[in-house]
Design a protein around this ligand. Sequence first.
Ligand SMILES: CC(=O)[C@@H](O)[C@H](O)COP(=O)(O)O
Length: 260
Amino acid sequence: MPESNDKLVIAGREFDSRLMVGTGKYADFQQMVRAIEVSGAQIITVAVRRVNITDRTKESLLDHIDLKKYTLLPNTAGCYTAEDAIRTCRLAREAGLSDFVKLEVLGDEKTLYPNNEELLKAAKVLIAEGFTVLPYTSDDPIICKRLEDMGCAAVMPLGAPIGSGLGIRNPYNIQIILETVKVPVIVDAGVGTASDAAIAMELGCDGVLMNTAIAGAQDPVAMALAMNLAVRSGRLAYKAGRIPRKLYASASSPLAGLIS
Ligand SMILES: CC(=O)[C@@H](O)[C@H](O)COP(=O)(O)O
């Protein structure tokens, strides 16, 4: 099978699935668990702020996640400064969550766009402290290159604003990022439906991270399966190599050998 030898490798760790999923916005934990299972994802991101780190006697999101089966990717959602994001990652590590972190430093509440200046500051400190940093960033090739040069294990440019479902708004930037960096490129945020995920993969992205498109769907479990298939089919199509686009027709049935 063409898929069997096609692993996603991040900082030396191998994954069969190229879909990463979030844990927010579900109706309940049962729905979340089922959707994650059906998505086939192996990497699950959780907002450190949503995990009850201090009082483990109370019910926590983590009680519902099989930590032997999934790789946890704690994220710094809700952090607006480098200082806050660094503190959150340290907390996650001290609580034994992981040192594999999705670094988010947001610019404002309306757009939830990254504050790249603060992101770079935080990434520098966290990498020096031994964290494996996967930064959520804008679809800017220059920033992605800087993040790679400072030692980030992957770059995670947004497809569109978090939760917007607008899809890949600037495929050309994603294409330039893919040509610019060697670390895995994971589209993070903005996916609305399966075709958006397939487009990201067909462009050559190494993976897609999403939450709202699955959790906010009318049937999250069915959408999780659609995303599972879309990421895999987009990847297969990318590897297979699409035909070039042409302005004019070329007959599908060859004309050579026709009886005149
Ligand atoms: C779950 C998570 O980490 C989000 O911050 C992420 O960026 C996903 O965005 P969507 O909800 O748009 O998929």
